[in-house]
Design a protein around this ligand. Sequence first.
Ligand code: FDA
Length: 390
Amino acid sequence: MSENFDAIILGAGAAGLMCAARAGQRGLRVLVLERAEKPGKKILISGGGRCNFTNIGAGPANYLSANPHFAKSALARYTARDFLDLVESYGIAWHEKTLGQLFCDGSAKQIVDMLLDECAKGDVTVKCGEEIASVEHAGDFAVTTQNGTYSAPKLVIATGGPSIPKMGATGFAYELARQFGLKVVEPRPALVPLTLGGDEVLFREISGVSAPVVAEANKARFPEAALFTHRGLSGPAILQVSSYWRPGDPVTIDFLPGRETDWLLETKRSNPKSTIRSLLREALPDRLADILDEKIALPGDLGNLPDKALRGAEEQLRRWQFRPSGSEGFAKAEVTVGGISTSELSSKTMESMRVPGLFAIGEAVDVTGWLGGYNFQWAWASGMAAGEAL
Ligand code: FDA
């Protein structure tokens, strides 16, 4: 005997709860099946416990996907402002931290509670601790767990990506997609620290030092802070470019983002007694300045150094090339680039074109946002698109 519903949603994360709430409030009988013992675990730890729940400037340009147009429709129909209206309707206090990133003043739990409340308004059944053993499709979809079989004519894959397996994240969404013949774009860790090896291990000595830089990989440029770590490079600028980086690629760093061109030459004229080290110490934390100075290896007063050497040194500082030996992998990645191919899905409804009744939303899909609230905005928008269409 199976319990029947109008729609079954696999995964009680950001996208799954949003989708369930909308579909439930439209009058559908909705079941959410969650493997973990409680819903919204990634929301709870997000944004250092305060949940960077959206980015007020979120638009298609802030996302990576094999099809950069795919996210447009859902993002336009459910915007950051729409989610903020929901947050405000619950009286949840929020603030903008930087670059349009909106956080709870209190705790991320407020966002999970809000989503569960929205689900309750739609009489959604949320079952946690459900281990999915099989999903069959013969007319309806039948999902079997250790507790029984549930069936519905509509099934939504909202089980996220494999980032942070310690929290129970898996590639389940991809296995299910493949079972139904859907293509999967190769998943890679994204928003992830990069590691340094070879000669560059020297930089590990300044673990803990951070500086404002412009980081670049594969033509994507981010002016934010970079942080040196005991394994290599991190900080927002590096996490951002990591999503564009592929093994073997360089990461280029401008260590002088706020300085006029020909800074070293100009200073040679105005202050010939200064040295590259003393100048770098003005611009950057001392330990970083010293290590860069050692690498540049032009000791002595600027006044005694040839213009050509100073031009070369400045070029080096503005286009410093790191060759990361790798990334810290899914264990440390905030999100996953790649996933269920958008070529299989309707951008309006998130329904599979190959298997009617099957939907995929959130991080499971090949749409990945920048750091800064963009990934939740995609979860809300894609969840809403499917929730409207189920
Ligand atoms: P999500 O991962 O939220 O939910 C998937 C759900 O499916 C989980 O509850 C999981 O347990 C469940 N599941 C998995 N396999 C299953 C199975 N076989 N059966 C049943 N259930 C299963 N983004 C952002 O915009 N702002 C931020 O502040 C942060 N901060 C942040 C911090 C950290 C440490 C991480 C790891 C990630 C972030 N993110 C973020 C990214 C954000 O958390 C992520 O993009 C969304 O949670 C994706 O939402 P989904 O609903 O798609 O997946």
